[in-house]
Ligand binder design. Structure first.
Ligand code: ZN
Length: 89
């Protein structure tokens, strides 16, 4: 946890390397060995903007959290904002 007291950094979730086959977990950009798990709000299950590396303790803030949330919402509910033109009204 050598970076636990370090200043929070802003990162783009999209630019990080995904960990394994998860679409949310990322390899820590600071220590390159830890994982950013991406946490959820316990009440609304919304993905949280802030995360902490499980290995080095670095705090990060996702600058593109809204985009990640929209991907998550589409995945969970199966809804898409881009309906095909042939979809019935
Ligand atoms: Zn780390």
């Amino acid at each position: 946890m050598q970076n636990y007291d370090a200043e929070e950094i802003s990162v783009k979730h999209q630019d990080l390397t995904r960990y394994g086959d998860s679409i949310f977990k990322s390899v820590c950009p600071v220590c390159s060995t830890g994982i950013l798990l991406m946490y959820r709000d316990q009440t609304h299950l919304q993905l949280l903007e802030r995360d902490t590396c499980v290995a080095c303790g670095q705090h990060v803030r996702y600058t593109d959290i809204e985009e990640v949330r929209s991907i998550d919402n589409g995945r969970v509910t199966g809804r898409s904002t881009a309906l095909p033109a042939t979809a019935k009204a």
